[in-house]
Design a protein around this ligand. Structure first.
Ligand code: ATP
Ligand code: MG
Length: 748
């Protein structure tokens, strides 16, 4: 708990107390007996609670909430939660915590909130002058770029469905509004930047349990500006598309949107791409979900085509892209059965032959070569190459590997194309980067916490008061467990991936053996492949299922050769031959390792920018408007796992193995953690005026004849406060002192 010293609670105090159903309820203290307090809750119930679990409630807080958490008299968990709830009820979805913006997903369109008039209003307005808004963050960022430091970034975090992508898009719209050119001719850079979103979403987003439009990749958009503050170029970088979704979908989720869009295309196109009912394709019919509420795939198809035009993907290229998309579906329908030789396989039936033929036709590659690449494997030996048949299960795996590889190469191609057609400005004098880091519940930036520190420190310095740093928890042992080379989990994973016979079971066994007795690692009871890491703020259970598969990212040589030989240049270009000198060893690159490198580069970029933060919050798990689930939200605000772990590793782990759905601990960069830091110093800051207004009654004579500052000191001293500080314009109180003064005020 953050704050609250029970000594401040007296009969008549208004308080918050923990409740198993709604997290926190408020009430009034009627009686205190030793450690026991009797309360009447606001619902009229009488309850008796241990006094240590009671926290003071600010009776003077405005009913509509405050627009900045730092204005709360009591910065504690129930206070923060209540404030968000009051605001949410009034559709005020944005709230500041200092200069961090908290955005609660409304799950309903609020068009007026983002229209052009709104943009006009925020343009040039001082931060904090208008209601909290993402436009205010974007505007501050834009102005800082122009006037101070040329490189800025906005980091948008939050769990899946919290609204990161929507927020990112609105930020980009605002920046396009500020930095756009007035010309209406042709395609402008800013238009292309904006239209890259629907294209990337068509190929990289999918319906999941948590979000109907979940980004299955991370995205960093760097918008470049010239010296007049006009957009002059942009670069989109994406991170780690979820490959396994291409051939594995669990009910009630969907595969990537583009598959369903193409099946819903106008009839002549469906015919051209040899498609039909999505229910006839294995890669789609593993789940019973084909439609998304309020989404018309047919319309989305046309809109995607249109957006592709704008970002500069030609008609021929678009046709090739959709041919490849269709080919993947046909590939998925090829079945295998036992062949004549031992451990060999052949196509199962006529239907499989049809799909093989269609896939080959769409990919413009040789049908027989395609079949061989699925059913056989060439093994390089010192005596030359040997062709070895694959059994039906291995052939199916080979088919899925091909589908995943083709899809991820296609995705990378689209990103590259967007970048080359928008164009980079080598002379850009400044840039704003917008980071939308997906689904795995958080994106940890050590600097975030440093930033909170800095803000606090700056304020203390401005006010010329003394303060000292808060100590951090030492978490070196968790870091070692995850990233130590050799011997850490990532290293074991890489090792397992190199070894052809590894399965997730053997990998899990290896971990169980290696980390037996490790105080940060445990094997959940009855688990065969799960494992638990005891992070600083709680246990997180990871699922090792599909763990290896998700980490593997190599292209089978036969697949490479097959597609490079395609008569379609588009397809052939997706598979450029590897340079000769690339050894077998380095051909293999584990996703974990590659991702780590990509993130390192991202961190380096971010480190050269001035960061701004938006933390998105998902108010409920049913994705509906008007529902504010206290526990759910607290979980998002509460947990500080990610503050403590360097993001590289947490992220790798969370992406590669999904956090167990039964586990409530969602690593999130905690808003409350940030508040905890503030509380370790002087959580309550009141200007002399505010202070005297509220507490003048405690020492009415203190005001006589003396200046405000002296009067404040007189009140604090009379009340016997220790350790508080007086700045140039504000009184700084330690945790609990506000409650103490309020209690005394109630007595008066
Ligand atoms: P993921 O990590 O799964 O990609 P996300 O944080 O990017 O999730 P979004 O896709 O941005 O989440 O938001 C989920 C849905 O919530 C949106 O499709 C939209 O329906 C709704 N939503 C989010 N933000 C807003 C908003 N500001 N106004 C209205 N609706 C919103
Ligand atoms: Mg998203």
């Amino acid at each position: 708990m953050i704050q609250g010293t029970p000594v401040n609670i007296i009969v008549g105090s208004h308080v918050w107390v923990e409740d198993p159903e709604v997290a926190w309820i408020d009430g009034e203290v009627k009686e205190i007996n030793g450690r026991e307090a009797t309360l009447i809750t606001s619902q009229g119930k009488t309850i008796v609670v241990d006094i240590t679990f009671i926290y003071p409630k600010d009776t003077e807080a405005p009913p509509a909430g405050v627009d900045d958490m730092t204005k709360l008299a009591y910065l504690h968990e129930p206070g923060v939660l209540h404030n968000l709830a009051c605001r949410f009820a009034l559709n005020e979805i944005y709230t500041y915590t200092g200069n961090i913006l908290i955005a609660v997903n409304p799950f309903r369109r609020l068009p007026h909130l983002y229209d052009i008039h709104m943009m006009e209003q925020y343009k040039g307005a001082a931060f904090g002058e208008l209601s909290p808004h993402l436009f205010a963050v974007a505007d501050t960022c834009y102005r800082a770029m122009i006037h101070e430091q040329g490189r800025q970034s906005i980091l948008v975090s939050g769990e899946s469905g919290a609204g990161k992508t929507e927020t990112t898009k609105m930020l980009m719209r605002y920046l396009a509004f500020m930095g756009g050119r007035s010309s209406t001719e042709g395609r402008t850079v800013e238009q292309q930047v904006l239209e890259s979103n629907p294209v990337l979403e068509a190929f990289g987003n999918a319906k999941t349990v948590k979000n109907n439009n979940s980004s299955r990749f991370g995205k960093f958009v760097e918008i470049q500006f010239d010296k007049h503050g006009k957009i002059s170029g942009a670069a989109v970088r994406t991170y780690l598309l979820e490959r396994s979704r291409v051939c594995q979908v669990s009910d009630p989720e969907r595969n990537y949107h583009c598959f369903y869009m193409l099946c819903a295309a106008p009839p002549e196109e469906v015919k051209k791409f040899k498609l039909g009912d999505p229910g006839t394709f294995r890669y789609l019919n593993q789940s019973n979900c084909y439609e998304v509420a309020n989404v018309d795939d047919a319309r989305e198809y046309l809109e995607t085509r249109n957006a592709m035009d704008i970002v500069g993907i030609s008609q021929e290229e678009q046709d090739a892209i959709f041919r490849v998309v269709s080919a993947i579906l046909h590939l998925g329908n090829i079945d295998f059965t036992k062949g004549k030789e031992v451990d060999s396989s052949k196509l199962k039936d006529e239907k499989s032959h049809y799909h093989l033929q269609t896939a080959a036709e769409l990919l413009m590659c040789n049908e027989k070569a395609l079949e061989d690449s699925l059913c056989k494997r060439v093994i390089v030996t010192p005596d030359g190459n040997i062709t070895k048949p694959l059994d039906p299960d291995s052939a199916a795996l080979s088919r899925d590997a091909l589908a995943k590889t083709v899809y991820s190469r296609l995705f990378d191609w689209i990103v590259e194309k967007i970048n080359s057609s928008i164009g980079q400005d080598p002379n850009a004098s400044s840039l704003i980067g917008v980071l939308d880091i997906y689904g795995f519940e958080s994106f940890k930036i050590n600097r975030y916490i440093m930033h909170v520190f800095k803000m606090e420190q700056e304020e203390y310095t401005r006010e010329e008061i003394n303060w000292s740093y808060v100590e951090f928890v030492d978490n070196q042992d968790v870091l070692d467990l995850i990233e130590k080379k050799p011997g850490g989990i990532i290293a074991l994973l890489d090792e397992a991936c190199m070894f052809p016979k590894s399965t997730h079971e053997t990998f899990a066994q290896k971990m169980y053996q290696t980390y037996k007795g490790h105080k940060r690692f445990s094997k959940p009871k009855l688990a065969r492949t799960d494992f638990t890491i005891n992070h600083y703020a709680g246990d997180v259970t990871y699922l090792a299922d599909q763990f290896l598969d998700k980490n593997k990212d190599y292209v089978v040589a036969e697949h490479q050769a097959l597609l490079y030989a395609s008569k379609c240049t588009f397809v052939a270009n997706l598979f450029p031959p590897l340079p000769e000198e690339t050894s077998k060893q380095s051909k293999f690159s584990s996703i974990g390792t590659r991702f780590k490198q990509q993130l390192q580069a991202l961190m380096e970029t971010l480190n050269t920018t001035e960061p701004h933060y938006i933390r998105c919050v998902k108010p409920n798990a049913v994705l509906k408007p008007g529902i504010f689930e206290n526990f759910n939200i607290l979980n998002q605000l509460r947990c500080g796992v990610s503050e403590i772990l360097p993001q590289l590793n947490t992220q790798q782990l969370q992406i590669i193995c999904k956090v167990s759905p039964t586990n409530n601990v969602l690593p999130w960069q905690g808003v409350l953690e940030a508040i905890r830091i503030s509380c370790a110093g002087y959580p309550t800051k009141k200007t002399f005026d505010e202070f005297l207004d509220r507490f003048g009654v405690l020492a009415p004579d203190a005001l006589d004849g003396s200046d405000e500052k002296t009067a404040c000191v007189a009140i604090c001293d009379k009340m016997g406060l220790k350790g508080y500080q007086i700045g140039k314009a504000k009184v700084f109180l330690r945790a609990g002192q506000m409650a103490e003064l309020d209690a005394r005020r109630t007595e008066v």
